[in-house]
Write a protein that binds this ligand. Structure first.
Ligand code: BDR
Length: 314
């Protein structure tokens, strides 16, 4: 990173604002941000990273308040994962007007005022899930999609990738439900999953859930009715501890995983690069892969299933 050489003795205060703070996914993001902070310090750039977000991923008012508070504090920049692609547009536009640059990460925003978007190719994540589920089902059967939340651009893109792929490539697979949302917690996802299985448990053959909480909730509900263990093919998203265990014990047949540590790391690095007056990419893709029982022991997959967050957060 040649741009770092001429940067000694600089110091910045930046805010990193996740969608929520309870999921393991966000802890890995935080670890990536701290990793960037430590590397910058070694290069003589002192960065104070303030980590603050809503407790729940559906608390729009709180996330808006957090952004506005950091604007009032006049931080040098903001790295934000907007929990609603529309509701956070105004705060980001106001930050840009106040000359506080914003890097959006993880989940897209319906604005062009951010200086960069650092995230997974979420649509591709949904395509990967659909193709693997179709393979497991022999390209025929009944499928369910349990969505996460209205306004969550990241998971909406996964959901679209999944449905578009089944519709265009797998006519033998019938989507029997795709309009239910799991909501912000494992508990709400578990309840939504139970409701779905009460209605479709006898006819469903395969299910896709687009994040940690929906995957964990649905897999638990499948176990409750004795349909886990591959009886219903289950594809999840995100490498939470429970989902990794479910992949290992055969209750999940596939887990689409992101690289949250890289996302947090590049979110901070991209903002600092911009603050240093360097050009930055408008779109940074942090990668997405499918973990399965067959490949989960491979070192590269292990690293994504068990991101070394503790090394940076303890
Ligand atoms: C999930 O929300 C998405 O925005 C993240 O990518 C992650 O998959 C957190 O529950």
């Amino acid at each position: 990173m040649a741009w770092l050489v001429s940067a000694a003795d600089k110091s910045y205060t930046i805010a990193v604002i996740p969608k929520g703070t309870t999921h393991e996914f966000w802890q890995a993001i935080h670890a990536g941000a701290v990793k960037a902070q430590r590397e910058l310090a070694e290069k003589g750039i002192k960065v104070e990273v303030i980590w603050k977000g809503p407790l729940r991923e559906d608390d729009r008012d709180q996330q808006i308040q957090v952004v506005e508070n950091f604007m009032t504090r006049r931080v040098d920049g903001i790295v934000l994962a907007p929990l609603d692609s529309q509701a956070l547009v105004a705060p980001v536009v106001n930050a840009a007007k106040a000359k506080i640059p914003v890097v959006v990460f993880d989940s897209d925003l319906k604005s062009d005022k951010q200086i960069s978007f650092v995230a997974t190719d979420n649509y591709k994540g949904g395509v990967i899930a659909a193709e693997y589920l179709a393979k497991l089902l022999g390209e025929e059967g009944n499928a369910i999609l349990l969505r996460l939340a209205v306004g969550s651009a990241s998971t909406e893109a996964r959901e679209a990738g999944f449905l578009d792929t089944l519709k265009s490539n797998y006519p033998g697979i019938k989507v029997i439900s795709s309009d239910q949302h799991g909501g912000a917690t494992r508990e709400t996802a578990y309840q939504a999953s139970q409701n779905l299985l009460n209605r479709y448990g006898r006819e469903v053959n395969g299910i896709f859930c687009p994040n940690e909480t929906t995957a964990i909730g649905m897999t638990k509900a499948l176990r409750d009715i004795g349909k886990a263990g591959g009886k219903v093919k289950m594809i999840g998203f995100d490498s939470g501890t429970q989902s990794v265990l479910d992949l290992k014990n055969g209750d999940l047949q596939g887990l689409v995983v992101q690289n949250p540590m890289l996302m947090g790391y590049l979110g901070v690095m991209t903002l600092i690069k911009h603050l240093q007056g360097e050009p930055v990419e408008k779109r940074v893709d942090t990668g997405v892969v499918l973990a399965t029982p067959a490949n989960m022991a491979e070192p590269k997959i292990q690293e994504l299933l068990h991101p070394p967050a503790d090394k940076y957060l303890k």
